[in-house]
Ligand binder design. Structure first.
Ligand code: MN
Length: 748
């Protein structure tokens, strides 16, 4: 890959081409003149010469000289995309900087900064594709970023990929498959996005042909077989229409042959229908030649519906309201004489070209400022999407872009922008395990796009996910039903097993003690038989139920005694009470036992009830109705403080990132401790008045009362149990009316 004379770029004029190459150059120049508004012949000639000499001595996998590849890419750029001469030059040189000793400085000096800029963009893109382990969506993001810099970089890349796909048969099979797959997943949707349907369709067909040659050949053969019947039908169907159109002075072209094999295949697999049914749903395209205008499209529509009945709900007017990518056309579906539904698309030549080539086609029809404006509008649209701070917009875009091609996977990002591919339906728990098993085990809450969400919430493509972890393991066995990744699920199962083991060990101990006391000796084998009679899947499961209190150890004792004396178990008597499916629901019971003391009322995190572990701060004893915030403690659970708490203000300053948004669940059904401070004049019977008011009149449970009196003044602290803030306020209001009491206030 060396260029003999590195100074070659300074001396391109003197390079003499062989007659064969001269012919190739002339062909390219002729095509440029035919397809482009203007063309700098000298620029193209120089670029051709540099491509030729810089790749000299190098051959492609096909055995052809390498320079033929950039030449073919340049021809696609002219003929099939219709770009400008600068793009043609850049296409000719697109592999030079990367593969030869020509560097960007040489290119800039000889061809100017625009060509150099385009080539630089191309080189960067291919760097992205070559780096190993690069994930597809990340590649896509980078591609978009470079695209926003200069749209032409991506269009040349399409041309490059198209030529590589057209010549893919020369590569080793493994390479073929990976390139075809990447083309299908990345380039084809992107080409669709650009509205370049002809290239999109060919890329899909070539990829499909590579990945599934049998399927491809099957459909291609069927299409050939059906060709005559189809043409006969179309001919007959169009006869009255064509006649009318000609009589009205229309000049038009009709297309009705489906050439896109992959789209037929996709419909067959998606709709689960045989070839024949898909094939029947075809569209006839009537293209009005220049100088027909959009008004003429409506006239054609009216002529067609004179002959055939249209289905009104299938009518689409993309002329008055073009699609985002510039697509314009009238669509209507009519019923043929034989009762067949036929879709007809009516458009002008110009609209057809835009439909086939998308934005690239605009370049041909617009000049100067209008052309510039058009490109600018597109580029700014892409930038907008990329820069948009609204996370939904990026998500919508990604979803839109994916076009159901990636329905099985989602792409999410870490706060540092690292990309993770997850199965559809994945939750932050899956994401956490994907990062590291320890992160998964200690996950407490998740922030998605900056907002706290429940760990069980499903993620969407484009989400940025941050996991908040605690110090301790915080696994919840119920998650096993929410996770979709193998990693998360297997760890949770293991955790459940461990918990079950612990409980069943306790159960065994209980049994051993009971058996000792009763003087019974029985082997595990015998016990296992009894467990089976009791419809437990194993002895361990029986011990588990004993350990978790579901099955009374005395019942087992009875069963063992009857087994030992009568050789059978009286099942009706010994059967556990609720024992439908002992093997499945155990972990829930175990979990409840272990979490009895914790967080009984349920915590609403960011609007959703969660089962995150939490406790109430002792410093301010919040009760339902208080304004509260949560802090993720160093131990890993969430501490609830009142917003007005002194410690809250301090924590906001020092540990602001540990704050989470919490609120109260309605109807908690729990009681909360509240402290009340009372100041007043001491008198005989005051304490008993207070306590009887609280417990009898207000039916409130008083935990303690502490009073000190000094020179006629009384000061006391009451600890009472309340349902919520309203309850507390009622107590305070009633206490204020008690004779002699001066001040009553909530005390922290
Ligand atoms: Mn190339």
């Amino acid at each position: 890959m060396t260029i003999q004379n590195p100074d070659i770029t300074h001396d391109l004029e003197s390079v003499q081409l062989e007659p064969a190459q001269q012919v190739e150059l002339n062909t390219l120049l002729n095509e440029c003149h035919e397809y482009l508004d203007s063309c700098d012949d000298e620029l193209i000639t120089k670029a051709f010469k540099l491509a030729y000499v810089s790749h000299r001595g190098i051959v492609r996998a096909s055995g052809e000289p390498y320079y033929l590849h950039p030449l073919e890419v340049a021809r696609i750029v002219v003929k099939e995309i219709g770009m400008d001469d600068v793009s043609v030059a850049a296409a000719l040189l697109h592999d030079t900087v990367e593969d030869t000793e020509v560097d960007l400085k040489d290119v800039r000096a000889e061809f100017g900064s625009t060509v150099a800029h385009l080539i630089d963009g191309m080189t960067k893109i291919s760097g992205v594709f070559k780096s190993k382990g690069v994930k597809q969506a990340e590649t896509f993001m980078k591609l978009l970023l470079s695209m926003a810099e200069d749209l032409r970089v991506v269009l040349i890349k399409f041309a490059d990929r198209l030529h590589n796909m057209r010549t893919i048969q020369h590569l080793p099979r493994k390479k073929q498959l990976s390139i075809a797959n990447e083309t299908m997943e990345l380039f084809a949707p992107l080409a669709h996005r650009f509205g370049i349907y002809n290239i999109k369709s060919e890329l899909e067909d070539l990829s499909f042909k590579t990945m599934d040659p049998t399927g491809y050949k099957f459909i291609a053969r069927k299409l050939r077989e059906k060709k005559d019947a189809r043409e006969a039908f179309i001919g007959k169907f169009l006869e009255p229409v064509e006649e009318q159109l000609r009589a009205s002075g229309f000049r038009f072209t009709i297309r009705g042959r489906p050439k896109h094999i992959y789209s037929i295949y996709r419909k067959m697999t998606r709709q689960q229908k045989p070839f024949e049914e898909i094939y029947d749903l075809f569209a006839i395209r009537i293209i009005l030649r220049e100088p027909h205008t959009k008004e003429d499209c409506w006239r054609v529509y009216s002529i067609i519906t004179d002959s055939y009945t249209p289905i009104p709900e299938r009518f689409r007017d993309f002329i008055s309201v073009p699609k985002a990518n510039g697509y314009q056309s009238l669509h209507t579906t009519v019923i043929s004489r034989t009762g067949r539904k036929v879709e007809i698309q009516i458009r002008t030549e110009k609209m057809d070209e835009i439909a086939e080539r998308g934005f690239a086609a605009h370049w041909r029809y617009k000049e100067g400022p209008a052309k510039e404006q058009d490109i600018n509008r597109f580029v700014s649209w892409v930038r907008d999407v990329l820069d948009n701070p609204r996370p939904e917009a990026a998500t919508e875009f990604v979803e839109d872009f994916q076009l159901n091609l990636y329905t099985d996977e989602i792409y999410v990002f870490s706060p540092k922008g690292e990309l993770k591919t997850l199965p559809k339906g994945a939750t932050p728990i899956d994401f956490a395990f994907e990062i590291h098993s320890e992160v998964g085990e200690r996950a407490l809450a998740a922030k998605v796009n900056g907002k706290i969400v429940p760990l069980r919430q499903r993620l969407k493509s484009g989400d940025q996910v941050e996991i908040i972890t605690g110090k301790q393991i915080n696994l919840n066995p119920d998650w096993v039903n929410d996770v979709v990744t193998h990693k998360a699920r297997s760890r949770l199962r293991q955790y459940i097993k461990q918990k079950e083991r612990k409980v069943s060990d306790e159960g065994r101990e209980l049994w051993n003690k009971r058996a000792d006391r009763a003087g019974i000796e029985i082997s595990d084998q015998e016990l296992a038989k009894i467990a089976t009679r009791l419809r437990y899947s194993s002895l361990q499961m029986l011990f588990f139920d004993i350990g978790s209190g579901v099955y009374d150890v005395n019942k087992l004792l009875k069963a063992v005694k009857s087994y030992m004396s009568k050789g059978r178990v009286d099942e009706a008597e010994a059967k556990p009470d609720e024992h439908e499916s002992p093997a499945t629901d155990h972990y829930k019971i175990a979990y409840d036992i272990n979490n009895k003391q914790e967080g009984s009322p349920g915590l609403i995190l960011n609007g959703e009830l969660t089962d995150v572990r939490f406790s109430f701060a002792r410093c301010c004893n919040p009760i339902p109705g208080d304004d509260v915030v949560g802090f993720i403690s160093r131990e890993g659970d969430i501490k609830i403080h009142r917003v007005s708490c002194k410690n809250t203000r301090h924590l906001i300053k020092t540990d602001g990132e540990r704050i989470v948004d919490v609120s109260w669940a309605r109807n908690t059904g729990s009681q909360f401790m509240a402290a009340i401070r009372i100041v007043g004049e001491d008198r005989v019977g005051l304490v008993s008045d207070i306590s009887s008011l609280i417990s009898k009149n207000l039916k409130t449970n008083m935990k303690s009362i502490n009073v000190t009196s000094d020179s006629g003044m009384f000061e006391g602290t009451l600890i009472i149990m309340v349902d919520n803030i309203g309850h507390l306020e009622k107590v305070i209001a009633r206490l204020q009316k008690v004779d002699g009491i001066k001040e009553v206030y909530r005390y922290e």
